[in-house]
Design a binder for this molecule. Structure first.
Ligand SMILES: [Zn+2]
Length: 141
């Protein structure tokens, strides 16, 4: 089988959702390649397909940028919020190249800081709980 000119670029591919920020659940998901599209494949589904079919078969119908990024950044907010946040920071405020893309994350972080300042007791209690969970995970007790 040979491809006619322009045919390859018309192949429909699926894009993979980036690990989501917990406060953006109602917002449109962002793909690993940076698009806001409906119908993105969940990363867990992608990894299940790769396990079942192999990466080459899955790659035939998947955006290559999404596929590579999803394999390279296979973590969720629950795994490590810092890693997820870093990707959104890099998207909104590229360190080495590109222009700033919006200010949504900047506004969200300012709102989170304002919430912490408005509710210091709850914030401290939540931090204590996170420290307790970390100790429990480290010691198994
Ligand atoms: Zn993509």
């Amino acid at each position: 089988m040979t491809w006619a000119a322009g045919q390859v670029s018309k192949l429909k591919v699926v894009h993979v959702a980036r690990a989501a920020l917990p406060w953006r659940k109602a917002a449109p998901a962002v793909s690993e390649c940076g698009l806001e599209l409906p119908g993105l494949v969940h990363p867990e589904e992608l990894h299940r397909q790769i396990k079942d079919l192999g990466v080459r078969r899955v790659a035939m119908g998947t955006c290559m940028t999404c596929l590579e990024a999803a394999r390279r950044h296979a973590y969720t907010w629950d795994d490590d919020p810092r890693r997820v946040l870093r990707r959104y920071l890099d998207r909104e405020l590229p360190a080495n190249y590109g222009r700033q893309k919006g200010t949504q994350l900047r506004q969200e972080l300012a709102a989170l800081a304002a919430l912490a300042e408005a509710h210091p007791a709850e914030f401290t209690a939540l931090l204590d709980r996170q420290a307790w969970l970390a100790r429990k995970a480290a010691t198994g007790k």
